[in-house]
Design a protein around this ligand. Structure first.
Ligand code: ADP
Ligand code: MG
Length: 238
C-alpha cells in the first residue's frame, strides 16, 4: 500500500501541453476516480504514474520515493487493462502467472499467488480455460487477477469496463469495489462516466484540458462544485 503524491507535473507531446502543472495527493488505501471529458489527459496522467510515459517537469512520489527516473517495472504498480488485453493462447492460470514467471519468481510461490487471486476473484473453477471460453465478466476478472498476483502497492485502472455491456458494468463496479475493500490497496481509476465516478469513488478528481478543476468526495463535488464545468460534468447523466 502507498501514498501517491504528484507535484506540478508537466507533460507535452510536441507543442501540445497535455498535463499543466498537475498536483495531487492520494492517501494510502484511497479509491480515487479520475474523471473528465475525452482527451483531457486522464490516460496520460495514469501512464506517467505507471512509468509508461516520461514527464517533462514536476515530481511523482510513490510511498515517499521519488520515482521520476524509476522504470515502470520497479514502481510497485500494476495497471489493469481492458479484458481484451489477455493472451489468447494462454490459459487463465498462465495469463495470471506470466509476469511472475518473467520475473523468475519460484514456482511454489507463483502457484500460491495465483491460487489466492483465483479465490479472491472466484476464478478457481476456470483456471485451465482459455480466454475465448470465458464470458466478458470472467475475462475482466482474469485481467484483474494478473494485477493482483503482483501484490502491487498501487492499482491503476484505465476505463477497464468500457467494452462491457451496461448490466455487466454495474456488476463489475461492485466487484472492483469489493476487491478494494478486501485488499485495502490504493487504487486510481480512470473513467469518463460520471455515474461510475459517483458510485465508486472515495475521492473524485475532475480534470479538464490538462488541469485538475476540483477534487473531493462525491458529495462535496455534487453539493459544492467549484465552477460550472464541474457542476455540469458531475450533474449530467452520461
Ligand atoms: P484521455 O485519457 O483523458 O481521453 P489522453 O491522456 O489519452 O486523454 O490524451 C490527452 C491528449 O494528449 C489528447 O489530446 C491526445 O491526443 C494527446 N496524446 C496522448 N498520447 C499522445 C501521444 N503518444 N502522442 C501525441 N499526443 C498524444
Ligand atoms: Mg484515456
Amino acid at each position: 500500500m502507498a501514498d501517491v503524491s504528484i507535484r506540478r507535473l508537466g507533460k507535452h507531446f510536441g507543442t501540445v501541453k497535455v498535463l499543466k502543472d498537475v498536483s495531487l495527493d492520494i492517501a494510502d488505501g484511497q479509491f480515487v476516480v479520475l474523471v473528465g471529458p475525452s482527451g483531457c489527459g486522464k490516460s496520460t496522467l495514469l501512464r506517467t504514474i505507471a512509468g509508461l510515459e516520461e514527464v517533462n517537469s514536476g515530481e511523482i512520489r510513490i510511498a515517499d520515493r521519488l520515482v521520476n527516473d524509476v522504470p515502470a517495472k520497479e514502481r510497485d504498480i500494476a495497471m489493469v487493462f481492458q479484458s481484451y488485453a489477455l493472451y489468447p493462447h494462454m490459459t487463465v492460470s498462465d495469463n495470471m502467472s506470466f509476469s511472475l514467471r518473467l520475473k523468475g519468481v519460484p514456482k511454489g510461490e507463483i502457484k500460491e499467488k495465483v491460487a489466492r487471486a483465483a479465490e479472491i476473484l472466484d476464478l478457481g473453477h476456470l483456471i485451465d480455460r482459455y480466454p475465448r471460453q470465458l464470458s466478458g465478466g470472467q475475462r475482466q476478472r482474469v485481467a484483474m487477477g494478473r494485477a493482483i498476483v503482483r501484490d502491487p502497492a498501487v492499482f491503476l485502472f484505465d476505463e477497464p469496463l468500457s467494452n462491457l455491456d451496461a448490466k455487466l458494468r454495474v456488476q463489475m463496479r461492485a466487484e472492483i469495489k469489493e476487491l478494494h475493500q478486501q485488499l485495502g490497496t490504493t487504487m486510481i481509476y480512470v473513467t469518463h462516466d460520471q455515474v461510475e465516478a459517483m458510485t465508486m469513488a472515495d475521492t473524485i478528481v475532475v480534470m479538464r484540458d490538462g488541469v485538475i478543476e476540483q477534487s473531493g468526495s462525491p458529495l462535496e463535488l455534487y453539493d459544492r462544485p467549484r465552477n460550472l464545468f464541474v457542476a455540469e460534468f458531475i450533474g449530467s447523466p452520461s
